[in-house]
Design a protein around this ligand. Sequence first.
Ligand code: TUI
Length: 306
Amino acid sequence: MKTRITELLGIDYPIIQGGMAWVAEHHLAAAVSEAGGLGIIGAASAPAEIVREEIRKAKELTDKPIGVNIMLMNPNAPEVARVVLEEGIKVVTTGAGNPARFMKDFKEAGVKVIPVVASVAMAKMMERCGADAVVAEGTESGGHIGSATTMCLVPQVVDGVQIPVIAAGGIGDGRGFAAAFMLGAEAVQMGTRFVVAKESIVHKNYKEKIIKAKDIDSEVTGMSTGHPVRQIRNQMSREYLRLEKEGAGLEELEHLTLGSLRKAVMDGDVVNGTLMAGQIAGLVKKEQTCKEMMDEIMQEAALLLG
Ligand code: TUI
């Protein structure tokens, strides 16, 4: 299947992997790229030199294109951007902020820049700044989210910009892929389904929580701080919401969640860890290789899209 995104990125399948903190490391990114999509290394809050190592390790596993996601709330973002340029990465996605300050350097180096946006206004601003495409991410997504749903956001972003749009949030199978294309998207980005990939290094306890999750098992914390985060409901999310209700300050809330995603991903602590996942977790039923997942999604979507 050819779209402006497959052409832009030189990939076979219009499927991009989300730049998930702790999860999107070199094994997962390389597996998604090897299977024909675009694998992404999530720089999150890692030191720039760790990101450099991750890029190099991914390149040992695949010759296909690999991207890096830069999390803009990270104070290290400028150093990460420099490493990305030095290591010859050709695709960058950005999250949780405005990448305008990095656009000039990336464009000059021929890096394709794909900001993740949660509104039409942000998509238009990114197009004016020179973005090559945008990921329109609905509130169904896991992690840090905006408020519009994928169903409403994607067609409005498609109408608002000329650059190609990648749909994200609530997409986990061929039906979701096909639906996104009906809304005008030219690729999809998936996160939650890839968390349970065989190649994903996520602890089995976390994978099991996603596989066992039902449709309404995620909830959003952090509304009061302006940083809403979707995750699977557990003791941690309940405690966070209780503190928020009592009017706890940012400092206390941040103290509670410090290192909590790491705890979930690396230690499998599904009680005190933050189990970031999207609403589509209820649809994710088994661990498969990235190739199995992606071949299945493309076959199902091809049938639906005719
Ligand atoms: O960035 C994400 N998802 C994330 S980032 C993240 S790290 C984190 N961990 C704990 C607490 C908070 C963050 C976990 N998940 N998705 C992409 C995304 N970007 N969604 C929404 C946005 C966004 C938000 C605001 C993009 C731009 C934006 O603009 C703000 C501005 O500067 O106007």
